[in-house]
Design a protein around this ligand. Structure first.
Ligand code: SAH
Length: 346
């Protein structure tokens, strides 16, 4: 999956095989979701073995899988070939299945309320390591292993470990693989995919020009630079107004509604005046606010807001006609909710 369709064809030809074998295997892999060469009945046996051995190395080893919400939320800890660890979470709802995937092992953005941020960055994931998380979920749904019977992955959110726009090339590669039709890719709708970022402004602008109408989510968490400098340290480089300008440009170019993520932290960013300031900044734009009750992480002195303050916050935004919802906290008990992915193997 690191290779696009043309590169796969070239790689297969380098093995002395006809190029069309690449498309055949890609269809098995992406359309039939088969990672078992024994099932590739349209490909000669010796070709299957060669291609699997040379071009399809084993990328993710499941170390641990835990579920909650009656088996409809499943978090998996994966080991990569070099021992690095990442997590993904599958969430099944009545009308959709969302996979929350990782783009990096660890993260270098250092947001003090996020578990992943505490351990720092181990490394970037490759395009194939990112796509494989989605494929693993898709296969397990197809096999009926998830409560609710056989199904498909409809949505992907880059809200697991890592800062997707700090691993730009691999992430854009993964977006292309996820959205291209088979045999090139998985054929998912870009509308079902969300890339979440701390606000790396030049990369937001670059993403706007890729012709991939995925949803952009910006982790704002504060409407003022003084507070945001401490909650999202990269704010010292790109200020709130610069991040929002880039977000509006993204909405203009893609016609996609931008999502603003705001973790409500008791007594820190949940004051009425901050809600009003946030509402004033966002009013009139193609935007939706996702309020996330803070998931306290180990050792953190912070907790989620008082429900009354949360309601006031919502009200202040609605008064300014800004669309807002409070995010559901699936997977909390299995440390699979927002910001809790720390990949502790214990
Ligand atoms: N690096 C990207 C994606 C990672 S996390 C980003 O920052 O957007 C996805 C979302 O979860 C981000 O909005 C992040 O700020 C939020 N988050 C992190 N830790 C959290 C916590 N403890 N409680 C609630 N949300 C959290």
């Amino acid at each position: 999956m690191d290779l696009d369709a043309a590169e796969r064809k070239a790689a297969v030809q380098e093995l002395g095989l006809p190029g069309f074998r690449a498309d055949q295997v890609s269809r098995q892999w992406l359309a039939r979701l088969s990672d078992d060469p024994d099932e590739w009945s349209d490909v000669p046996q010796e070709v299957r073995t060669t291609i699997a051995e040379v071009l399809l190395p084993h990328l993710l080893t499941p170390m641990r899988s835990i579920s909650c919400d009656a088996g409809t939320t499943v978090k998996t800890l994966w080991q990569l070939h070099d021992g690095a660890l990442v997590e993904s979470v599958l969430m099944r709802y009545p009308d959709r299945v969302t996979m929350c995937i990782s783009s990096q092992a660890g993260c270098g953005m250092n947001c003090p309320f996020c578990a992943t941020g505490q351990a720092g960055l181990t490394r970037n994931l490759s395009t194939a390591e990112i796509v494989e998380q989605v494929l693993a979920g898709a296969r397990s749904l197809q096999r009926g292993e998830i409560e609710g019977g056989p199904g498909r992955v409809s949505n992907v959110v880059f809200m697991g470990m890592g800062e997707p726009l700090a691993n730009y090339r691999s992430v854009v590669g993964a977006l292309r693989r996820l959205t291209a039709e088979p045999p090139e890719g998985l054929g998912m709708s870009a509308r079902g995919i969300t890339v979440s970022t701390v606000g790396l402004v030049p990369r937001i602008r670059e993403l706007a020009g890729e012709g991939l109408p995925v949803t952009l989510a910006v982790s704002l968490h504060a409407p003022d630079d003084t507070l945001r400098d401490t909650l999202v340290p990269v704010n010292t480089r790109w200020k709130v107004c610069e991040v929002l300008d880039a977000a509006w440009e993204y909405a203009d170019r893609t016609h996609r509604r931008v999502s603003i993520e705001y973790a409500l932290i008791r007594g820190i960013n949940d004051q009425r005046w901050r809600a009003e300031l946030l509402g004033d900044l966002l009013a009139g734009h193609l935007v939706h606010v996702n309020l996330i009750p803070l998931n306290p992480t180990p050792g953190s002195k912070w907790t989620s807001s008082d429900p009354r303050d949360e309601r006031e916050f919502v009200r202040a935004l609605r008064e300014r006609s800004v669309a807002v919802t409070v995010r559901d906290t699936r997977g909390r008990e299995i440390d699979g909710a927002c910001g809790q992915l720390a990949a502790a193997p214990s």
